[in-house]
Design a protein around this ligand. Sequence first.
Ligand SMILES: [Zn+2]
Length: 56
Amino acid sequence: MAAVSKNSRTSSTTHRFYCPCGGEVKMKTLFENGKVKNTAECEKCKRVERRPSDFV
Ligand SMILES: [Zn+2]
């Protein structure tokens, strides 16, 4: 925790998103028609959106 600073927000790997239900949104990578497709899914209510920012 010592390294946590304002600069840490630039790292997307540590950026967490939360669903309105309170569950944590996890990124998932799917392969569809030979293309890589990223989706975001709430752990709690299983809601799926294209992007974590769609959970509002
Ligand atoms: Zn949810």
